[in-house]
Ligand binder design. Structure first.
Ligand SMILES: [Ca+2]
Ligand SMILES: [Ca+2]
Length: 202
């Protein structure tokens, strides 16, 4: 009898131990980006925020700005050189089939004075989640087929030769601040993972 009580106790302790990491994991999953700041350089780069409220500045070069959820601000969109990627809010396969054409953007956007500068506020998700992207100093007439990428023909890579990925500084919901350094496009963590895998194999 004593033995079975011992084993019951042991199993109880062990299974509780097994649950602990799951609780920890759950807590980790609850941490999410609250706001992000992306500041580009003179290079042509991709500046992609998160599902947070992001402030994005491209700097020089021909920059690509994929729009994301949250209330975001792009401070220096240059209609003659830069490009916004609205693909995530245009394609029927995604959750939001809203910004499917320049006309659709027009009907989901308002020109508003922000700090005295006429700017374009685009309701990216059609009011489903109150997400907006504000293009400072841009008016509706500035947008055209050359600076908006829809990806509706099945292509997902915008025709803009960016060479770099911009640095992002992200404030998480638990107060942590995570910085992802800017880097050359293609030379990211994935390639170093592959390297280490190769090392293990050899
Ligand atoms: Ca740039
Ligand atoms: Ca965002």
């Amino acid at each position: 009898m004593k033995k079975s009580i011992f084993f019951t106790l042991l199993i109880t302790i062990l299974s509780f131990g097994a649950w602990l990491p799951m609780f920890a994991q759950e807590e980790e999953d609850d941490v999410y980006p609250v706001s992000a700041t992306l500041i580009g350089t003179e290079a042509s780069e991709k500046l992609q925020g998160f599902e947070s409220d992001d402030t994005i500045t491209g700097g020089g070069g021909a920059d690509l700005f994929p729009l994301t959820l949250g209330n975001d601000v792009i401070t220096d969109f240059d209609p003659n050189e830069d490009m916004i990627d609205v693909g995530d809010f245009a394609r029927p396969t995604d959750d939001f089939e809203v910004l499917t054409s320049l006309e659709a953007i027009a009907s989901n956007a308002t020109e508003t004075l922000i700090d005295g500068i006429l700017s374009l506020v685009i309701d990216v998700d059609g009011d489903k989640g109150n997400s907006t992207t504000t293009l400072i100093g841009v008016i509706l007439a500035d947008l055209n087929e050359n600076n908006v990428f829809f990806g509706l023909d099945g292509t997902s890579i915008p025709p803009l030769d960016f060479t770099h990925i911009a640095e992002s500084v992200v404030v998480m919901s638990n107060g942590d601040v995570i910085t992802t350094p800017g880097h050359v496009f293609g030379e990211d963590a994935e390639s170093s993972d592959e390297d280490s895998e190769e090392d293990e194999e050899s």
